[in-house]
Design a protein around this ligand. Structure first.
Ligand SMILES: NC(=O)c1ccc[n+]([C@@H]2O[C@H](COP(=O)([O-])OP(=O)(O)OC[C@H]3O[C@@H](n4cnc5c(N)ncnc54)[C@H](O)[C@@H]3O)[C@@H](O)[C@H]2O)c1
Ligand SMILES: N[C@@H](CCO)C(=O)O
Ligand code: NA
Length: 437
Protein backbone atom coordinates (compact mmCIF):
# COMPACT_ATOMS: atom_id res chain seq x y z
CA UNK A 1 0.00 0.00 0.00
CA UNK A 2 1.10 3.56 -0.71
CA UNK A 3 2.16 5.60 2.30
CA UNK A 4 2.45 9.29 3.13
CA UNK A 5 5.11 10.17 5.68
CA UNK A 6 4.29 13.09 7.93
CA UNK A 7 6.68 15.32 9.88
CA UNK A 8 4.83 17.16 12.65
CA UNK A 9 6.08 20.54 13.87
CA UNK A 10 4.48 21.29 17.26
CA UNK A 11 2.44 18.79 19.21
CA UNK A 12 0.46 21.20 21.42
CA UNK A 13 -3.32 21.61 21.26
CA UNK A 14 -3.78 21.16 17.51
CA UNK A 15 -0.70 18.97 16.99
CA UNK A 16 -1.83 16.66 19.80
CA UNK A 17 -5.33 16.50 18.35
CA UNK A 18 -3.90 15.76 14.91
CA UNK A 19 -1.78 12.90 16.23
CA UNK A 20 -4.76 11.46 18.11
CA UNK A 21 -7.19 11.66 15.18
CA UNK A 22 -4.66 10.27 12.69
CA UNK A 23 -3.92 7.34 15.00
CA UNK A 24 -7.47 6.62 16.16
CA UNK A 25 -9.04 6.83 12.70
CA UNK A 26 -6.13 5.34 10.72
CA UNK A 27 -8.16 2.45 9.31
CA UNK A 28 -11.04 4.71 8.20
CA UNK A 29 -8.63 7.22 6.64
CA UNK A 30 -6.89 4.49 4.67
CA UNK A 31 -10.25 3.04 3.53
CA UNK A 32 -11.01 6.48 2.12
CA UNK A 33 -7.65 7.37 0.55
CA UNK A 34 -6.01 4.03 -0.14
CA UNK A 35 -2.93 5.51 1.53
CA UNK A 36 -1.42 4.86 4.97
CA UNK A 37 -0.73 8.28 6.52
CA UNK A 38 1.93 7.92 9.22
CA UNK A 39 3.68 10.43 11.46
CA UNK A 40 7.37 9.54 11.19
CA UNK A 41 8.91 12.42 13.16
CA UNK A 42 7.71 15.06 15.64
CA UNK A 43 9.50 18.26 16.62
CA UNK A 44 8.49 20.07 19.78
CA UNK A 45 10.57 22.16 22.14
CA UNK A 46 8.81 20.31 24.94
CA UNK A 47 10.34 16.90 24.23
CA UNK A 48 8.83 15.16 27.27
CA UNK A 49 5.33 16.22 26.28
CA UNK A 50 5.94 15.04 22.71
CA UNK A 51 7.20 11.67 23.97
CA UNK A 52 4.24 11.30 26.32
CA UNK A 53 1.74 11.87 23.51
CA UNK A 54 3.46 9.65 20.95
CA UNK A 55 4.22 6.93 23.53
CA UNK A 56 7.70 6.24 22.13
CA UNK A 57 6.27 5.14 18.75
CA UNK A 58 7.68 8.07 16.78
CA UNK A 59 11.06 9.75 16.49
CA UNK A 60 10.96 12.97 18.56
CA UNK A 61 13.30 15.96 18.36
CA UNK A 62 13.40 19.52 19.65
CA UNK A 63 14.87 20.73 16.36
CA UNK A 64 12.12 21.68 13.91
CA UNK A 65 14.62 22.06 11.06
CA UNK A 66 15.62 18.39 11.50
CA UNK A 67 12.07 17.47 10.43
CA UNK A 68 11.98 19.96 7.57
CA UNK A 69 15.31 18.58 6.27
CA UNK A 70 14.46 14.91 6.90
CA UNK A 71 14.58 13.14 3.49
CA UNK A 72 12.11 10.57 4.82
CA UNK A 73 9.36 13.19 5.34
CA UNK A 74 6.90 13.79 2.45
CA UNK A 75 4.71 16.40 4.10
CA UNK A 76 5.44 18.90 6.88
CA UNK A 77 2.55 19.82 9.19
CA UNK A 78 3.30 23.21 10.78
CA UNK A 79 1.43 23.60 14.09
CA UNK A 80 3.88 25.76 16.04
CA UNK A 81 2.26 29.14 15.25
CA UNK A 82 3.74 32.65 15.02
CA UNK A 83 5.21 34.07 11.84
CA UNK A 84 8.96 34.33 12.13
CA UNK A 85 10.23 30.80 12.75
CA UNK A 86 7.19 29.23 11.09
CA UNK A 87 7.83 31.25 7.92
CA UNK A 88 11.43 30.02 7.76
CA UNK A 89 10.33 26.45 8.39
CA UNK A 90 7.57 26.50 5.78
CA UNK A 91 9.77 28.12 3.11
CA UNK A 92 12.55 25.61 3.85
CA UNK A 93 10.12 22.69 3.61
CA UNK A 94 8.92 24.02 0.23
CA UNK A 95 12.53 24.50 -0.93
CA UNK A 96 13.13 20.86 0.03
CA UNK A 97 10.20 19.83 -2.20
CA UNK A 98 7.89 18.86 0.67
CA UNK A 99 4.16 19.51 0.78
CA UNK A 100 2.95 21.66 3.69
CA UNK A 101 -0.17 21.58 5.82
CA UNK A 102 -0.66 24.41 8.32
CA UNK A 103 -3.30 25.80 10.69
CA UNK A 104 -1.40 29.08 10.89
CA UNK A 105 -3.65 31.92 9.70
CA UNK A 106 -1.29 34.61 11.05
CA UNK A 107 1.47 33.22 8.82
CA UNK A 108 -0.70 32.97 5.70
CA UNK A 109 -2.46 36.33 6.09
CA UNK A 110 0.89 38.12 6.43
CA UNK A 111 3.23 36.01 4.23
CA UNK A 112 0.82 33.87 2.19
CA UNK A 113 1.52 35.66 -1.11
CA UNK A 114 5.23 34.83 -0.83
CA UNK A 115 4.60 31.29 0.44
CA UNK A 116 2.15 30.41 -2.35
CA UNK A 117 4.51 31.83 -5.00
CA UNK A 118 7.34 29.67 -3.64
CA UNK A 119 5.10 26.59 -3.51
CA UNK A 120 3.84 27.19 -7.06
CA UNK A 121 7.42 27.46 -8.35
CA UNK A 122 8.33 24.21 -6.61
CA UNK A 123 5.09 22.38 -7.50
CA UNK A 124 4.17 21.48 -3.92
CA UNK A 125 0.86 21.68 -2.06
CA UNK A 126 0.26 24.18 0.76
CA UNK A 127 -3.04 23.24 2.44
CA UNK A 128 -4.63 25.30 5.21
CA UNK A 129 -8.23 24.26 5.93
CA UNK A 130 -7.59 24.43 9.69
CA UNK A 131 -6.46 28.05 9.47
CA UNK A 132 -9.98 29.43 8.95
CA UNK A 133 -12.94 28.54 11.15
CA UNK A 134 -11.20 25.47 12.61
CA UNK A 135 -13.18 22.34 11.82
CA UNK A 136 -15.61 23.93 9.35
CA UNK A 137 -14.58 23.01 5.78
CA UNK A 138 -14.96 26.62 4.63
CA UNK A 139 -11.84 26.68 2.45
CA UNK A 140 -13.11 23.66 0.54
CA UNK A 141 -16.56 25.26 0.25
CA UNK A 142 -15.23 28.58 -1.04
CA UNK A 143 -12.59 27.19 -3.40
CA UNK A 144 -14.52 24.21 -4.76
CA UNK A 145 -18.17 23.86 -3.73
CA UNK A 146 -19.01 27.47 -4.64
CA UNK A 147 -16.60 27.66 -7.58
CA UNK A 148 -19.40 28.41 -10.07
CA UNK A 149 -20.36 31.62 -8.29
CA UNK A 150 -19.28 35.19 -8.34
CA UNK A 151 -18.97 35.66 -4.57
CA UNK A 152 -20.65 38.89 -3.39
CA UNK A 153 -19.82 38.84 0.30
CA UNK A 154 -18.63 36.67 3.16
CA UNK A 155 -19.48 37.39 6.80
CA UNK A 156 -18.73 35.29 9.81
CA UNK A 157 -18.09 34.65 13.44
CA UNK A 158 -14.57 33.37 12.95
CA UNK A 159 -12.96 33.65 16.37
CA UNK A 160 -14.00 31.06 18.93
CA UNK A 161 -12.39 32.80 21.90
CA UNK A 162 -14.28 36.08 21.51
CA UNK A 163 -17.56 34.34 20.72
CA UNK A 164 -17.08 32.25 23.87
CA UNK A 165 -16.38 35.43 25.88
CA UNK A 166 -19.38 37.31 24.45
CA UNK A 167 -21.66 34.34 25.11
CA UNK A 168 -20.54 33.91 28.73
CA UNK A 169 -20.79 37.66 29.37
CA UNK A 170 -24.32 37.75 27.98
CA UNK A 171 -25.66 34.53 29.48
CA UNK A 172 -23.92 34.52 32.86
CA UNK A 173 -23.03 38.18 33.35
CA UNK A 174 -19.39 37.15 33.91
CA UNK A 175 -16.51 39.61 33.70
CA UNK A 176 -14.37 39.74 30.58
CA UNK A 177 -11.08 38.74 32.30
CA UNK A 178 -12.55 35.64 34.00
CA UNK A 179 -14.00 34.34 30.76
CA UNK A 180 -10.78 34.93 28.83
CA UNK A 181 -8.92 32.74 31.34
CA UNK A 182 -11.45 29.96 30.78
CA UNK A 183 -11.08 30.23 26.97
CA UNK A 184 -7.30 29.91 27.43
CA UNK A 185 -7.71 26.82 29.65
CA UNK A 186 -9.93 25.23 27.01
CA UNK A 187 -7.22 25.70 24.36
CA UNK A 188 -9.18 28.16 22.18
CA UNK A 189 -7.03 31.27 22.62
CA UNK A 190 -3.92 32.20 20.65
CA UNK A 191 -0.53 32.14 22.42
CA UNK A 192 -0.98 35.91 22.68
CA UNK A 193 -4.72 36.35 23.41
CA UNK A 194 -4.52 39.99 22.29
CA UNK A 195 -4.81 38.53 18.79
CA UNK A 196 -8.21 37.12 19.74
CA UNK A 197 -9.71 39.96 21.78
CA UNK A 198 -8.48 42.77 19.50
CA UNK A 199 -9.92 41.09 16.39
CA UNK A 200 -6.52 40.41 14.79
CA UNK A 201 -7.03 36.65 14.55
CA UNK A 202 -10.44 37.20 12.93
CA UNK A 203 -8.83 39.69 10.51
CA UNK A 204 -6.20 37.07 9.58
CA UNK A 205 -8.94 34.57 8.75
CA UNK A 206 -11.06 37.16 6.94
CA UNK A 207 -8.06 38.20 4.85
CA UNK A 208 -7.62 34.60 3.70
CA UNK A 209 -11.34 34.24 2.88
CA UNK A 210 -11.46 37.53 0.96
CA UNK A 211 -8.48 36.45 -1.16
CA UNK A 212 -10.25 33.18 -2.04
CA UNK A 213 -13.69 34.75 -2.47
CA UNK A 214 -12.61 37.51 -4.84
CA UNK A 215 -9.41 36.12 -6.37
CA UNK A 216 -7.01 38.71 -5.01
CA UNK A 217 -3.76 38.69 -3.03
CA UNK A 218 -3.80 38.72 0.79
CA UNK A 219 -4.17 42.30 2.05
CA UNK A 220 -4.10 41.90 5.82
CA UNK A 221 -2.28 45.22 6.33
CA UNK A 222 -5.34 47.03 4.95
CA UNK A 223 -7.97 45.22 7.03
CA UNK A 224 -9.96 47.36 9.48
CA UNK A 225 -9.73 45.68 12.87
CA UNK A 226 -11.67 46.46 16.03
CA UNK A 227 -11.95 43.95 18.88
CA UNK A 228 -14.27 43.46 21.84
CA UNK A 229 -12.18 44.99 24.63
CA UNK A 230 -14.07 48.30 24.59
CA UNK A 231 -17.50 46.71 24.27
CA UNK A 232 -19.74 47.49 27.24
CA UNK A 233 -22.39 45.32 28.93
CA UNK A 234 -24.83 48.26 28.62
CA UNK A 235 -24.72 48.09 24.83
CA UNK A 236 -25.13 44.30 24.77
CA UNK A 237 -28.23 44.81 26.97
CA UNK A 238 -29.75 47.67 24.94
CA UNK A 239 -29.11 45.77 21.70
CA UNK A 240 -31.09 42.85 23.13
CA UNK A 241 -33.97 45.13 24.10
CA UNK A 242 -34.10 46.18 20.46
CA UNK A 243 -33.98 42.57 19.16
CA UNK A 244 -30.28 42.27 18.32
CA UNK A 245 -27.24 40.27 19.47
CA UNK A 246 -23.71 41.66 19.45
CA UNK A 247 -21.13 39.45 17.72
CA UNK A 248 -17.54 39.99 16.60
CA UNK A 249 -18.09 39.73 12.87
CA UNK A 250 -15.63 39.60 9.99
CA UNK A 251 -17.17 41.04 6.83
CA UNK A 252 -15.70 41.16 3.34
CA UNK A 253 -17.80 42.50 0.50
CA UNK A 254 -17.16 43.31 -3.13
CA UNK A 255 -18.50 46.77 -4.10
CA UNK A 256 -18.08 48.93 -7.22
CA UNK A 257 -15.61 51.13 -5.35
CA UNK A 258 -13.50 48.34 -3.83
CA UNK A 259 -13.47 45.51 -1.33
CA UNK A 260 -14.65 45.91 2.24
CA UNK A 261 -12.40 44.03 4.68
CA UNK A 262 -13.45 44.68 8.26
CA UNK A 263 -13.71 43.07 11.68
CA UNK A 264 -15.72 44.73 14.46
CA UNK A 265 -18.43 44.10 17.05
CA UNK A 266 -21.69 44.05 15.12
CA UNK A 267 -25.40 44.07 15.94
CA UNK A 268 -27.20 41.23 14.14
CA UNK A 269 -30.99 40.71 14.27
CA UNK A 270 -31.62 37.94 16.79
CA UNK A 271 -33.80 36.05 14.30
CA UNK A 272 -30.75 35.33 12.13
CA UNK A 273 -29.16 31.91 12.67
CA UNK A 274 -25.75 33.55 13.01
CA UNK A 275 -26.98 35.64 15.95
CA UNK A 276 -27.60 32.36 17.81
CA UNK A 277 -24.13 30.89 17.30
CA UNK A 278 -22.75 30.62 20.81
CA UNK A 279 -19.68 29.51 22.76
CA UNK A 280 -16.57 28.66 20.72
CA UNK A 281 -18.70 27.77 17.70
CA UNK A 282 -18.08 29.60 14.42
CA UNK A 283 -20.39 30.34 11.51
CA UNK A 284 -19.71 31.77 8.08
CA UNK A 285 -22.32 33.10 5.65
CA UNK A 286 -21.26 33.21 2.01
CA UNK A 287 -23.40 34.98 -0.59
CA UNK A 288 -22.86 33.74 -4.14
CA UNK A 289 -24.67 35.21 -7.16
CA UNK A 290 -26.02 31.82 -8.26
CA UNK A 291 -26.56 29.98 -4.98
CA UNK A 292 -27.68 32.91 -2.78
CA UNK A 293 -26.71 32.96 0.88
CA UNK A 294 -25.25 29.73 2.33
CA UNK A 295 -24.32 29.07 5.95
CA UNK A 296 -21.49 26.97 7.42
CA UNK A 297 -21.50 26.19 11.14
CA UNK A 298 -19.28 24.20 13.49
CA UNK A 299 -16.46 24.21 16.01
CA UNK A 300 -14.03 27.00 15.22
CA UNK A 301 -11.34 26.04 17.71
CA UNK A 302 -10.14 23.23 19.96
CA UNK A 303 -7.88 20.20 19.54
CA UNK A 304 -9.88 17.61 17.62
CA UNK A 305 -12.20 19.92 15.63
CA UNK A 306 -9.13 21.70 14.25
CA UNK A 307 -7.35 18.38 13.76
CA UNK A 308 -10.31 17.26 11.66
CA UNK A 309 -9.31 19.89 9.08
CA UNK A 310 -5.56 19.21 9.35
CA UNK A 311 -6.14 15.51 8.70
CA UNK A 312 -8.54 16.22 5.81
CA UNK A 313 -5.76 18.31 4.24
CA UNK A 314 -3.33 15.41 4.71
CA UNK A 315 -5.85 13.17 2.95
CA UNK A 316 -5.94 15.65 0.04
CA UNK A 317 -2.15 15.58 -0.07
CA UNK A 318 -2.27 11.76 -0.07
CA UNK A 319 -4.65 11.79 -3.04
CA UNK A 320 -3.16 14.68 -5.00
CA UNK A 321 0.59 14.59 -4.45
CA UNK A 322 1.05 12.50 -7.58
CA UNK A 323 -1.23 14.80 -9.66
CA UNK A 324 0.30 17.62 -11.70
CA UNK A 325 0.06 21.18 -10.36
CA UNK A 326 -2.60 21.96 -13.04
CA UNK A 327 -4.82 19.14 -11.74
CA UNK A 328 -4.84 20.48 -8.20
CA UNK A 329 -7.10 23.24 -6.87
CA UNK A 330 -5.01 26.44 -6.95
CA UNK A 331 -3.89 27.82 -3.57
CA UNK A 332 -6.49 30.61 -3.57
CA UNK A 333 -8.95 28.82 -5.89
CA UNK A 334 -7.95 30.98 -8.88
CA UNK A 335 -5.22 30.13 -11.39
CA UNK A 336 -1.81 31.67 -10.75
CA UNK A 337 -1.63 34.94 -12.72
CA UNK A 338 -5.42 35.38 -12.44
CA UNK A 339 -5.46 37.30 -9.16
CA UNK A 340 -6.85 40.86 -9.36
CA UNK A 341 -5.25 43.57 -7.30
CA UNK A 342 -8.58 44.96 -6.04
CA UNK A 343 -8.45 48.08 -3.84
CA UNK A 344 -9.54 47.80 -0.20
CA UNK A 345 -12.05 50.44 0.93
CA UNK A 346 -11.04 52.55 3.93
CA UNK A 347 -13.56 52.18 6.76
CA UNK A 348 -14.66 55.82 6.26
CA UNK A 349 -16.04 54.82 2.82
CA UNK A 350 -17.94 51.76 4.05
CA UNK A 351 -21.75 51.88 4.10
CA UNK A 352 -23.45 50.57 7.22
CA UNK A 353 -26.40 50.97 9.53
CA UNK A 354 -25.49 52.10 13.05
CA UNK A 355 -26.37 51.73 16.71
CA UNK A 356 -25.72 54.96 18.62
CA UNK A 357 -25.87 55.43 22.37
CA UNK A 358 -25.78 58.92 23.74
CA UNK A 359 -26.05 60.24 27.25
CA UNK A 360 -28.13 63.38 27.49
CA UNK A 361 -29.33 65.80 30.18
CA UNK A 362 -32.98 65.26 30.85
CA UNK A 363 -34.14 68.55 29.32
CA UNK A 364 -36.82 69.29 26.71
CA UNK A 365 -35.64 69.67 23.10
CA UNK A 366 -32.53 67.46 23.32
CA UNK A 367 -33.95 64.75 21.12
CA UNK A 368 -35.18 67.29 18.58
CA UNK A 369 -31.62 68.63 18.31
CA UNK A 370 -30.20 65.15 17.71
CA UNK A 371 -32.79 64.12 15.14
CA UNK A 372 -32.32 67.39 13.22
CA UNK A 373 -28.58 66.71 12.87
CA UNK A 374 -29.33 63.24 11.52
CA UNK A 375 -32.10 64.48 9.19
CA UNK A 376 -29.84 67.21 7.78
CA UNK A 377 -27.36 64.44 6.87
CA UNK A 378 -30.04 62.23 5.31
CA UNK A 379 -29.57 59.63 8.03
CA UNK A 380 -32.96 58.08 8.78
CA UNK A 381 -33.81 56.63 12.13
CA UNK A 382 -35.02 53.04 12.24
CA UNK A 383 -35.70 52.67 15.97
CA UNK A 384 -35.10 54.53 19.21
CA UNK A 385 -34.96 53.81 22.95
CA UNK A 386 -35.25 56.67 25.41
CA UNK A 387 -34.45 55.68 28.97
CA UNK A 388 -35.73 57.45 32.09
CA UNK A 389 -32.93 58.83 34.31
CA UNK A 390 -32.10 56.55 37.25
CA UNK A 391 -33.07 57.80 40.73
CA UNK A 392 -31.13 60.93 41.72
CA UNK A 393 -29.74 61.26 38.19
CA UNK A 394 -30.37 64.04 35.71
CA UNK A 395 -28.93 62.27 32.67
CA UNK A 396 -30.33 59.37 30.69
CA UNK A 397 -29.34 57.13 27.78
CA UNK A 398 -30.81 57.52 24.33
CA UNK A 399 -30.25 54.70 21.86
CA UNK A 400 -30.80 55.25 18.14
CA UNK A 401 -30.66 52.71 15.33
CA UNK A 402 -30.07 54.33 11.95
CA UNK A 403 -30.59 53.22 8.37
CA UNK A 404 -27.58 52.77 6.11
CA UNK A 405 -25.24 55.69 5.47
CA UNK A 406 -21.57 56.06 4.61
CA UNK A 407 -19.33 55.95 7.71
CA UNK A 408 -17.77 59.40 7.20
CA UNK A 409 -21.26 60.95 7.15
CA UNK A 410 -22.13 59.11 10.35
CA UNK A 411 -18.89 60.21 12.03
CA UNK A 412 -19.47 63.85 11.05
CA UNK A 413 -23.00 63.63 12.46
CA UNK A 414 -21.69 62.11 15.69
CA UNK A 415 -19.19 64.97 16.07
CA UNK A 416 -22.07 67.47 15.75
CA UNK A 417 -24.17 65.52 18.27
CA UNK A 418 -21.28 65.44 20.75
CA UNK A 419 -20.96 69.22 20.42
CA UNK A 420 -24.58 69.77 21.59
CA UNK A 421 -24.48 71.26 25.12
CA UNK A 422 -26.98 68.71 26.46
CA UNK A 423 -24.94 65.69 25.31
CA UNK A 424 -22.58 64.27 27.92
CA UNK A 425 -19.34 62.55 26.88
CA UNK A 426 -18.77 60.49 23.74
CA UNK A 427 -21.37 58.80 21.59
CA UNK A 428 -20.99 55.00 21.43
CA UNK A 429 -21.15 53.78 17.83
CA UNK A 430 -21.58 50.15 16.75
CA UNK A 431 -22.18 48.88 13.22
CA UNK A 432 -25.17 46.72 12.29
CA UNK A 433 -25.60 44.05 9.61
CA UNK A 434 -28.84 42.52 8.35
CA UNK A 435 -27.05 39.51 6.77
CA UNK A 436 -30.21 38.72 4.87
CA UNK A 437 -29.75 39.67 1.22
N1 LIG B 1 -5.93 26.03 19.32
C1 LIG B 1 -6.83 26.10 18.36
O1 LIG B 1 -8.02 25.90 18.58
C2 LIG B 1 -6.41 26.47 16.96
C3 LIG B 1 -7.35 26.39 15.94
C4 LIG B 1 -6.98 26.70 14.63
C5 LIG B 1 -5.68 27.07 14.37
N2 LIG B 1 -4.78 27.14 15.38
C6 LIG B 1 -3.40 27.47 15.03
O2 LIG B 1 -2.63 26.29 15.18
C7 LIG B 1 -1.29 26.62 15.55
C8 LIG B 1 -0.94 25.91 16.84
O3 LIG B 1 -1.82 26.32 17.85
P1 LIG B 1 -1.99 25.52 19.22
O4 LIG B 1 -3.22 26.06 19.85
O5 LIG B 1 -1.90 24.06 18.96
O6 LIG B 1 -0.72 26.05 20.01
P2 LIG B 1 0.02 25.33 21.23
O7 LIG B 1 0.78 26.40 21.93
O8 LIG B 1 -0.92 24.49 22.00
O9 LIG B 1 1.06 24.36 20.49
C9 LIG B 1 2.26 24.80 19.90
C10 LIG B 1 3.31 23.71 20.13
O10 LIG B 1 4.49 24.10 19.43
C11 LIG B 1 5.62 23.89 20.29
N3 LIG B 1 6.67 24.83 19.89
C12 LIG B 1 6.69 26.16 20.08
N4 LIG B 1 7.83 26.67 19.59
C13 LIG B 1 8.54 25.64 19.08
C14 LIG B 1 9.79 25.53 18.43
N5 LIG B 1 10.57 26.59 18.22
N6 LIG B 1 10.19 24.30 18.02
C15 LIG B 1 9.43 23.22 18.25
N7 LIG B 1 8.23 23.27 18.87
C16 LIG B 1 7.80 24.46 19.27
C17 LIG B 1 5.09 24.14 21.70
O11 LIG B 1 5.89 23.48 22.66
C18 LIG B 1 3.68 23.55 21.61
O12 LIG B 1 3.64 22.17 21.95
C19 LIG B 1 -1.26 28.15 15.63
O13 LIG B 1 -0.85 28.66 14.39
C20 LIG B 1 -2.72 28.50 15.87
O14 LIG B 1 -3.04 29.81 15.42
C21 LIG B 1 -5.11 26.84 16.67
N1 LIG C 1 -7.73 31.46 18.75
C1 LIG C 1 -8.52 30.99 17.68
C2 LIG C 1 -8.23 29.56 17.39
C3 LIG C 1 -8.92 29.04 16.15
O1 LIG C 1 -8.36 29.60 15.00
C4 LIG C 1 -9.98 31.18 18.02
O2 LIG C 1 -10.29 31.44 19.18
O3 LIG C 1 -10.82 31.12 17.13
NA1 NA D 1 -11.71 25.31 8.23
Amino acid sequence: MKSLKVGLLGIGTVGGGTYTVLTRNAAEITRRTGVAINVVQVADKNIDHAKAITGGKVDVTNDAFAVVNNPDVDVVVELIGGYTLSKKLVLKAIENGKHVVTANKALLATHGNEIFAAAQAKGVIVAYEAAVAGGIPIIKALREGLGANKIEWVAGIINGTTNFILTEMREKGLAFADVLGEAQRLGYAEADPTFDVEGIDAAHKLTIMSAIAFGMPMKFDQAYTEGITKLQQTDIKYAEELGYRVKLLGITKRTEAGVELRVHPTLIPEKRLVANVNGAMNAVVVKGDAVGPTLYYGAGAGAEPTASSVVADLMDVARLSSASVEQRVPYLGFQAGQLNDLPILPISDVNSAYYLRLRASDKPGVLAGVTKILADRNISIDAMLQKEPDDNETEADIVILTHITVEKNMDAGIAEIEALPAIVGKVVKLRMEELGK
